[in-house]
Ligand binder design. Structure first.
Ligand code: IPD
Ligand code: CA
Ligand code: CA
Length: 298
């Protein structure tokens, strides 16, 4: 990313094109926003919509037996997709409610317009908007925003992670026994999910395990040192993309239970402050040897 003036940036993808273009066209390209700045602006805009909807009785429909979708999810996604498409028309967008598009670009935005819909629908103010950009799977920028508490977590690859503009870092807790953990349970195929076994074991081996209901916020909380570790099965790329970058930029570690790098949308994610990673992974492997769904059959 290169800065043209205090407000305007252009990205490396445009450098070649810039050289080849006449002067007037380059002026248009300079108007493109920095990816992170754009994601922040759009998340704040979507946040206003969520807050408006939070004050109204929720209009709930169901995608599965407990998979809720509200008017808020849809309005938020419409606002995000419209704005991203305006700023980056050639980029692909994978958005949870299905209104994104795939033009075959190597740049892909991963959008969860409302992470924590169940909390939202019940008036529990732990929910967020998650927006991240990846280039061929490599994360470049990510934002997780909880509009109720006005907490905006942001990260750009190589630029560190921030909460409301202030640098954040993972915790320094270095034993599982003294850690506070977090996890989540899916809204689909609930009986097939083995997580209750992991929940039981990790609860007995730590200060406790929270289940807060927004995976994006859970990951952002690891990045900010509020939780020392998080794991979950079956999350989608739009749940994790921004949070993973936040944790990496805050000094933490993200992998699967085998220690392989976590791939967006992978079957299992283990994200920690780094210091308890191997210990937590050891416990997870021990449980999977007893077979709690042998990490979803890989
Ligand atoms: C859900 C939340 C929850 C997690 C579920 C997700 P949604 O996302 O992130 O914390 O446990 O697996 O599906 O449906 O509220 O966007
Ligand atoms: Ca989600
Ligand atoms: Ca969602």
């Amino acid at each position: 990313m290169r800065q043209f003036s205090r407000r305007w940036w252009y990205s490396d993808e445009h450098v070649g094109a810039l050289r080849a273009l006449p002067r007037r066209a380059t002026a248009v390209l300079f108007m493109r926003k920095d990816y992170l700045e754009a994601a922040i602006e759009i998340a704040r805009e979507a946040g206003k919509i969520l807050l408006e909807e939070f004050d109204r009785p929720a209009q709930i429909t169901y995608k599965g037996d407990v998979d809720l979708v509200t008017q808020a999810d849809k309005r938020s996604e419409e606002a995000i997709v419209t704005r991203l498409t305006k700023y980056f028309p050639e980029h692909s967008i994978a958005a949870e409610e299905g209104t994104g598009h795939d033009g075959g670009s190597e740049f892909r935005w991963h959008v969860d317009p409302l992470d924590g819909t169940t909390n939202f629908a019940h008036g529990y103010p732990c929910f967020s908007i998650s927006i991240a950009l990846a280039q061929r799977g490599a994360l470049l920028a990510g934002v997780v925003y909880n509009p109720f508490y006005d907490e905006l977590f942001a990260a750009a690859r190589g630029g560190g992670a921030t909460l409301n503009g202030k640098r954040i870092f993972v915790s320094k807790v270095d034993t599982l026994a003294t850690s506070l953990l977090c996890t989540g349970f899916p809204v689909h195929k609930r009986l097939a999910n083995p997580n209750i076994h992991y929940y039981w074991d990790f609860t007995l081996r730590s200060h406790g395990v929270r289940r807060d209901g927004s995976a994006a916020m859970d990951l952002a909380s690891v990045a900010a040192g509020r939780f020392d570790g998080f794991w979950e099965f079956g999350l989608k790329a739009w749940d994790t993309a921004a949070g993973v970058l936040l944790i990496e930029e805050a000094g933490g570690k993200v992998s699967d239970f085998n220690g392989q790098p976590y791939e967006l949308g992978g079957a299992v994610i283990l994200a920690t402050n780094g210091l308890i990673h191997e210990e937590a992974r050891g416990v997870a492997l021990e449980i999977s040897k007893r077979d709690p769904a042998a990490p979803l059959r890989r």
